[in-house]
Design a protein around this ligand. Structure first.
Ligand code: ADP
Ligand code: MG
Length: 185
């Protein structure tokens, strides 16, 4: 199973980094539009987004909009084995974290149970919401504690018929791509 996950990661990441800029920016815009149109998004006040890395869809144009509309913006930060959740007031990510992952600015640490919507990136998803990450299980450990609706965002070529599943893998409720919104129920 581990080998299979590894091969899928390699293949999809290669495809994702080679996505031409013009396509990427129009896909990102469509993904953002679909995301903010979800009733789960309008209904949520404290929302987890992420600082993009390795060609992940760029949701950062939403950071400022979210703050301006009076919602709370939460961004993850690698903290040892865990993702810490930081509620920030600045819509910026800094490039200096663990594994050189861009990180949120200073803010207040919150618990996963406090989120009202969790939006997560992934290397691959399937139509039942199962998710493949970079292979360190950070989001599996986080999602275990999230009680709010969960949304995976990805380009449509990252949606596979079935992602390999291990006992600890946690699916998301909704997957948003530039083409469609996939609900697992
Ligand atoms: P990813 O989800 O990033 O693709 P995997 O699902 O392959 O990565 O998980 C990577 C590692 O994370 C696994 O070896 C697993 O032991 C560990 N892991 C995942 N979820 C948990 C959890 N809830 N508690 C403890 N370890 C976990
Ligand atoms: Mg996993």
């Amino acid at each position: 199973m581990i080998v299979e996950k590894g091969e899928i990661r390699k293949e999809i990441l290669k495809r994702r980094v080679s996505l031409p800029y013009s396509l990427r920016s129009s896909y990102d815009e469509r993904i953002r539009e679909k995301l903010v149109s979800l009733p789960e998004f309008s209904g949520a006040h404290r929302i987890l987004l992420y600082c993009p890395v390795k060609g992940e869809p760029d949701l950062s144009p939403l950071f400022g909009l979210l703050l301006e509309s009076g919602k709370r913006l939460v961004l993850p930060k690698v903290d040892g084995e865990e993702l810490s959740l930081i509620e920030v007031e600045s819509p910026l990510c800094l490039s200096k974290g663990t594994f050189n992952i861009p990180e949120p600015q200073e803010g207040v640490k919150i618990e996963p149970e406090m989120l009202e919507l969790a939006v997560v990136p992934g290397v691959a998803f399937d139509r039942e919401g199962f998710r493949l990450g970079f292979g360190k299980g950070y989001y599996d450990r986080l999602l275990e504690r999230v009680r709010a609706p969960t949304v995976g965002v990805a380009y449509s070529f990252q949606v596979l018929s079935r992602v390999p599943r291990d006992s600890w893998d946690r699916p998301v409720d909704i997957v948003v791509t530039e083409k469609e919104v996939i609900r697992r129920y």
